[in-house]
Design a protein around this ligand. Structure first.
Ligand SMILES: [Zn+2]
Length: 104
């Protein structure tokens, strides 16, 4: 989390906003859980389980809605809809990177 959601102050590693005193503990926990779920989505996709990857990516997106999360959820879902029985197929990295760049 780069900025306080309450006052937009720039943040470091602290769990309390130095400007307004807002407790950021729960928000930071949600952000860390979203990162873990996004990593799990990538691992599931690499293991060939697009359905599980999509579930993880959507769970991550429900905790933190940002360009990266939307790109990951869209990417995993595209494998799920194209693949046979959730198995991934080899795909070039370029469309995935293009989505991230265009979303940011
Ligand atoms: Zn603040």
């Amino acid at each position: 989390m780069e900025r306080c959601p309450a006052c937009r102050a720039r943040l470091g590693e602290e769990e309390t906003c130095p400007r307004c005193g807002c407790d950021l503990g729960l928000a930071l926990q949600a952000e860390r859980q979203a990162q873990r779920l996004a990593a799990a989505a990538i691992h599931a996709l690499a293991a060939g389980d697009a359905a599980q990857a999509t579930r993880h990516a959507r769970a991550a997106l429900s905790l933190k809605d940002d360009a990266w999360g939307r790109a990951l959820a869209g990417f995993t879902a595209s494998f799920e809809s194209r693949g046979e029985e959730g198995q991934t197929r080899q795909a070039p990295a370029w469309p995935f990177l293009a989505r991230i760049w265009s979303a940011s």
